[in-house]
Design a protein around this ligand. Sequence first.
Ligand SMILES: Cc1cc2nc3c(=O)[nH]c(=O)nc-3n(C[C@H](O)[C@H](O)[C@H](O)COP(=O)(O)O)c2cc1C
Length: 324
Amino acid sequence: MSITLLSSPLQGFTDYRFRNAFHKYFGGIDTFFAPYIRLNGKMVIKTNYDKDIQLKNNNTLNVIPQIMTNDADEFIFVTKFVQSLGYKELNWNLGCPYPMVINKCMGSGLINDPDRIDRILDRVHSETDITVSMKMRMGYEHSGEIIDTFPILGKYPLKNIAIHARIGKQLYKGGVDLDAFQRCVDHSPHKLYYNGDITTVASYREMVKRFPSIDHWMIGRGLIADPFLPSMIKNNTDEYPEDRFEIFSKFHDTLFSAYEQKLTGDKMIIMKMLSFWQYFATPFSNPTKIVKKIRKAKTIEVYDDAVAEILDNERRFHYSDISY
Ligand SMILES: Cc1cc2nc3c(=O)[nH]c(=O)nc-3n(C[C@H](O)[C@H](O)[C@H](O)COP(=O)(O)O)c2cc1C
């Protein structure tokens, strides 16, 4: 069975700078979901959101924009905006678990209100011709909430429902609930994509074994932590390329330059890169030490030396691993 890999959006991480650098050096992702657009009550698209999905900034990528809202007027406004850029699909975020979103009945806080979901989807489908896809958790309080939305979702020609197999209340704690995801597979009126905790080729293979009918897999944090993961999954291998650290180094430098152009001052750039290193360090030999080293860097000169030393150590660690 041929499979499709999708990049699950991470606000603050998988913007067009990351997506382009990732695609250039690693590949393996068929489609990138852009982080959500949120209007906050005003019918205005903020510059950052606009820039992130402009076609000229994504000209070698397949991108699907995303909205987070609980309001049909906002949905229709953003639909018209993304259509004006040439997009045919808009993904609706019913997954975000954070209290400031839940308190406004958005993200996973909207899953337990099927009537409101119905009213929004009804207007979007009668007033626009956008293709709608969903990205959901399985509920906020409990994993049965999503099942109660299925009769409503079944009324609309949704392209798919991507499910992060947790509930909102968990945030990112605890494991994914695969039995509950199986119930979604059994009851969904639409095609499902699986999302959650695919961090290694082995964990991907486990999921494939468990859910043989799923052929679309979304990877979020695992892709940032190990950008080789999607291409290794596609090539059905556990082996990294021999020049793993050279490739990573070039990718890092491309990402760094992109943020150097956006941000002002060493501190801001290093802070941004530190947030990435909190993921990048995960598959390396001593993640805590690596993050500490980056955190200690206060100038770009010191940061550059730290990165060179980290990659050199990893290369040697890896080399000695193979040789002895
Ligand atoms: C920092 C951060 C930002 C996120 N931003 C978004 C977002 O903009 N839209 C969305 O649908 N999900 C967002 N998510 C959720 C991820 O896309 C994904 O569903 C979740 O991390 C589970 O998948 P994973 O285990 O592969 O990371 C975010 C997650 C994190 C940790």
